[in-house]
Ligand binder design. Structure first.
Ligand SMILES: [Fe+2]
Length: 259
């Protein structure tokens, strides 16, 4: 492979050959524009991925942000007397289901890996997760009590806490994770984390997530799954994505011609 380092200003190159997942032959890590980046190669030495696992985390976080914002806006409108918003507000149930899988995945895979390289950092984030559990309980109870004002206060509290938590994770916790943990280890942690999603709920997760995120996040997420999933499983996920994004499928295949 020829790399014209002058063009993108690479500071440091480190190749990692061999990967936990058999689809991958090599990971070429490099530092560019003050950011750790990587190229992934498959067994035919075709460059298949130019994202890091943390790009996938960011995509999920963006879906959470977008969903809770819509839910909170609908709850406020509903408290002001607007009708027909139940379906939007009730999205909080599935959002929380995904959030719990995500938080459990972080707690069993990401946080222990981080503990080795940045002791005591993750502890604060576990406390955040328990706070999110309480915020969900308050929201669920308020909604069940058919109290629109209390529901709107609960969605506002949930939105504020969730958004701040995700901001801290993106700019602090995952920054440390990305800087101090090797890519193969990152990939392994992400694989364990993905395992927290029950297999039969995967289509629902795709159907929830993809309409909530932009083209770049969709591309990153799809490329990561395409790489880490066995081909038959990915074929199913591909159909789920196609169904979830409708006419935007054309843009995704333009970005990923191998789809
Ligand atoms: Fe988290």
């Amino acid at each position: 492979m020829v790399m014209r380092t002058g063009v993108i200003g690479i500071d440091r190159v480190a190749a990692v050959v061999g990967f936990a997942n058999s689809h991958l032959l090599a990971v070429l890590e490099f530092q560019a524009a003050n950011r750790r980046q990587a190229l992934f190669f498959n067994r035919t030495t075709e460059c298949v991925l130019m994202v890091t696992p943390v790009d996938g985390i960011r995509a999920v976080h963006n879906a959470f942000r977008q969903d809770i914002q819509r839910i909170d806006a609908a709850a406020l409108d509903s408290a002001r007397g607007k009708e027909g918003l139940a379906a939007t507000i009730e999205r909080f149930r599935f959002l929380n289901e995904v959030l719990v899988w995500h938080a459990e995945g972080e707690e069993i895979a990401i946080f222990p890996a981080l503990e080795n390289v940045a002791p005591l950092v993750a502890e604060a984030y576990v406390k955040d997760h328990r706070g999110l559990d309480s915020a969900f309980d308050e929201l669920s109870n308020s909604y069940s009590a058919q109290d629109p004002l209390r529901t709107a206060r609960a969605t506002a509290a949930f939105r504020f806490h969730l958004t701040l938590h995700l901001y801290k994770e993106d700019t602090h916790l995952y920054r440390i994770f990305n800087e101090r943990i090797s890519l193969p280890e990152q990939g392994k942690a992400m694989g364990t984390m993905a395992g927290k999603i029950p297999q039969e709920r995967f289509p629902d997760v795709v159907g929830w997530m993809f309409p909530l995120i932009g083209h770049e996040d969709r591309e990153n997420m799809t490329r990561i799954w395409q790489m880490v999933m066995p081909a038959p499983a990915f074929a199913g996920v591909k159909e789920n994505i196609k169904k979830a994004i409708g006419s935007d499928w054309a843009e995704l295949t333009r970005r990923i011609p191998t789809l």
